[in-house]
Unconditional design. Sequence first.
Length: 272
Amino acid sequence: MPPDPWADGLYLRSVQYKTDANLSARQSIYAFQHPTVDLPARVLDLAAPAASDTVADIGCGNGRYLADLARRGFTGRVLGADLSLGMLRAARDHLNTATAADATCSSSIALISADAAALPLREDAADVTLASHMLYHVPEPAAALSELRRVTRPGGRVLIVLNGAAHLRQLRAALAAARGQDPATLAERVTLDDGEALARSFFPRVTRHDFPAELRIPDPAPIADYIRSMPGTHDHADPDALIEAALSALPVTPTGHRTITTHAGCLIAEFD
């Protein structure tokens, strides 16, 4: 394990995001969210790209935002960029599934492997630039913010999605207790507050939208899958015992649910 696995490019490409299995395990837990927050839909509603716009999704992951754009019938140019080839393969598969299921879906989406801190794009290339849950994967987040501004035209919009400091706090505390660690060691590397402060240093106008909710999970299996997907679990001497200890540390409500706070947010950054 590298000292900071969430920002180690080699680890991310070759282990954590070699395929989208780990990311999918973490995404699937939000099926238990109350109220449900369809984050790609909410963010794209805020982005509101015009039909002729160019949209760049930087750190596109397994393509949830790209697939949503396709399902909306967006006809502008779209680029998905990610450091991991495994994520790009998964994004292409999800796009193919979306377009096969709906003949009205747009399919004019290009995918490239790229480092968010050194994008192979010209200045002012995009009208709308998405950066969803990716700033904490960049060793120097400020370098990524500089690139996001550079590739976005004046008058365009950069949408940055991050988690609040309290996101999954009960799960993080339980896992830290199972590992015998300080919960601070599992804190968000770049929080929504951090991202807002950083964005305001690059953009004159930043609007923040918060989406608080909670998970109410009746079955421990999705939580176990989430923990299994995280850095450090497979390297543990006894991963199954670690997972069981973490599950035991999560309180169970009288209705048999484990309740976990969620808090995502979207920053809309603009400049003239």
